[in-house]
Design a protein around this ligand. Structure first.
Ligand SMILES: [Ca+2]
Length: 279
């Protein structure tokens, strides 16, 4: 009887620690530019084999393209695990290869390509593939193209109008994925591609059509760096304070008490009196 009870307690504790480990993953907004204050966060460039200078312009709080393959590159470098969200749109036209290229400069082997509906082909598409070459001018220089791609990294869904949405490039644990969310909240996402440890990398965003625009760029850290989200282990009594644990869509603060009497090892049990709803 006693053994059965302690086993149940142990299972409960293991469950709580596993859930706690999952809940500790937080995301923090670390960069946010809605293009209401110029291009100060970015270097602007162009395909030097085609043009002498970029003609990017901020129009009505949007960054608008007027020639293909102009790009912006972040002044800031980003490291750790993070997600880049780019609010994109297209007013007219439909380029064959892609609308946008979203790149991590330290990972030229894999860049994200996104295309809204092309002509009568009414799909929105995400693809991972080679980054463009901005110093040459041929069909070999465009990097990954949606058109005729049979890559396993291609994912598509029916297009909706207007052609606006959010493209997200996620870098996590040495892998990248590209996703798109439309105005209905529907999403597509590529499989993950291994790119290795990138160190601190800049972000580059290019567009192909002169009807393409970017409304905002956000970067979220996916590492648990915010103090408010950090669980603490008290080194004197080994109790664990959890500032935020999500259970059934509700946030709770709670404490796990170290109990050396359980199985004679390092186990904790939930202090039922510590639970506070912190929504
Ligand atoms: Ca904007």
């Amino acid at each position: 009887m006693k053994k059965s009870l302690s086993l149940r307690v142990l299972v409960l504790i293991i469950f709580i620690v596993l859930v706690a480990g999952t809940a500790a993953i937080a995301e923090t907004l670390i960069f946010n530019d809605d293009f209401s204050a110029g291009l100060g966060n970015w270097y602007a460039g162009c395909n030097t084999a085609m043009y002498a200078a970029p003609t990017l312009a901020i129009e009505g709080n949007k960054l608008a393209w007027h020639q293909g393959w102009d790009y912006i590159e972040s002044n800031q470098s980003f490291s750790g695990n993070f997600r880049v969200e780019v609010d994109v749109g297209r007013d007219a036209g439909s380029p064959q290869c892609k609308d946008f290229s979203i790149e991590l400069v330290n990972a030229p082997a894999f860049a994200g390509a996104f295309r809204f509906q092309y002509g009568t082909y009414r799909k929105d598409s995400v693809l991972l593939g080679q980054a463009p070459n901005y110093t040459c001018r041929s069909s070999n220089c465009t990097g990954a193209c949606i058109q005729n791609s049979t890559s396993p990294y291609l994912q598509e869904m029916d297009t909706v109008t207007p052609h606006i949405g959010t493209v997200s490039l996620t870098y996590r644990d040495g892998q990248v994925t590209l996703a798109f969310k439309n105005t209905l909240g529907q999403t597509i996402q590529t499989p993950a591609a291994a790119v290795g440890d990138l160190g601190a990398t800049k972000i580059r965003i290019a567009a192909v059509s002169n009807y393409d625009y970017v409304n905002a760029v956000r970067v979220y850290s996916l590492d648990n760096t915010a103090a408010g989200d950090c669980s603490t282990l008290n080194l004197n009594n080994l109790n664990i304070d959890m500032p935020c644990l999500m259970i059934g869509g509700h946030k709770y603060r709670l404490r796990l008490l170290y109990d050396p009497s359980i199985q004679g090892g390092y186990y904790w049990k939930l202090d039922l009196t510590s639970i506070q709803d912190v929504n």
